[in-house]
Write a protein that binds this ligand. Structure first.
Ligand code: SAM
Length: 214
């Protein structure tokens, strides 16, 4: 897609800066990632709109504002070890890879994980470990994590993930409570958990042992 750099600039202005996300590092990361390569070719143009789009297997790539918002609350730096649940297309993973030191990303659908790995290898993202499996139970082997991002909706905060979050760490995820879905920021401080709503949400379900039943 020849004109994608212009489309990225328009997307950044229309859906990110105009909605109050101005962090230069996040904008720099988004500017450097061609979003159309993460969606099917028939959705290439739409990939620079703010809509969630199908990525196969009844799953979606999140809208760009949602991806930027969830990234911004994590306040990432180059020392952070991040766990991502729901690799999906790999687009959010690419943003995390730009901003953090190490990224561990878990996807339950094998084909999506393999496809995203091919794309991210092509972008030369070297600090990502891909895991295929149930991310609702996290991944103890590399715990604890400074930051955790879950891009699928759960009926409760998965306990294994809270256990694998460092003290002082931040988690962001959609939760469905009382039939309403919202994005929550969850902070763990001296073992205490605080949670706060930051936006309404419309994510696919987190399916697994500590999520919804499949
Ligand atoms: N962040 C992704 C992107 O940028 O394309 C979008 C993620 S999509 C909204 C949610 C993903 O979570 C889907 O790919 C789905 O298969 C995955 N998922 C659902 N339950 C999961 C689980 N228990 N463990 C790992 N991945 C899961």
């Amino acid at each position: 897609m020849a004109n994608y750099k212009n489309l990225i600039e328009k997307m950044i202005n229309s859906y990110i800066i105009s909605k109050g996300i101005c962090d230069a590092d996040i904008i720099g990361a988004i500017r450097s990632i061609p979003r159309h390569i993460f969606v099917e070719e028939s959705f290439s143009e739409l990939s620079y709109s703010d809509a969630p789009l199908p990525i196969g297997h009844k799953q979606t790539i999140s809208g760009i504002y949602t991806a930027a918002l969830m990234t911004s609350v994590l306040e990432l730096n180059k020392n952070h070890k991040v766990l991502e649940i729901g690799t999906g297309s790999g687009y959010q993973t690419a943003i995390l890879s730009n901003l953090a030191s190490e990224v561990y990303t878990i996807e339950r659908i094998r084909e999506l994980s393999l496809k995203s790995r091919t794309i991210l290898d092509g972008l030369n993202c070297k600090n990502i470990t891909f895991i295929i499996g149930d991310g609702s139970i996290g991944f103890k082997e590399y715990a604890p994590y400074d930051r955790i991002i879950i891009t699928a909706c759960s009926p409760e905060i998965p306990k294994p993930l809270l256990d694998q979050l460092k003290d002082g760490g931040v988690m962001v995820m959609p939760l469905e409570l009382d039939r309403k879905q919202n994005i929550y920021v969850i902070r763990k401080n001296s073992g205490k958990i605080e949670k706060k709503i930051i936006a309404p949400a419309n994510f696919v379900k987190l399916i697994g042992k500590s999520g919804f039943a499949g």
